[in-house]
Design a protein. Structure first.
Length: 92
């Protein structure tokens, strides 16, 4: 199986390491990594999380649609109470 190329996205920082502890990523694989990390607040059956993971996997498979994966990730993060920069900067 050929190695997948990174699917770029607009830079995003997720506050998953406590106050001021952001993780910044530039690719869909980075988004998936945050979703799968131990720092993501897991909720069994969370549809926002499931949609975000599915969008990331689809983007990696088709090597595109990074904007859709990013949008689904932002929605999942907001649902989980995670601050996202730059998207939430105007709110804080």
């Amino acid at each position: 199986m050929p190695e997948l190329s990174p699917v770029p996205i607009k830079k995003i920082s997720a506050q998953i390491h406590g106050v001021g502890g952001y993780r910044t990523v530039h690719t869909v694989a980075g988004l998936a990594g945050i979703l799968m990390s131990d720092n993501w607040p897991k909720k069994a059956g969370d549809p926002f999380f499931q949609r975000a993971m599915a969008a990331c996997l689809t983007a990696l498979e088709v090597q595109g649609q990074g904007d859709k994966a990013r949008k689904a990730f932002v929605n999942a993060a907001r649902n989980a109470g995670i601050t996202i920069l730059p998207d939430d900067a105007a709110k804080h």
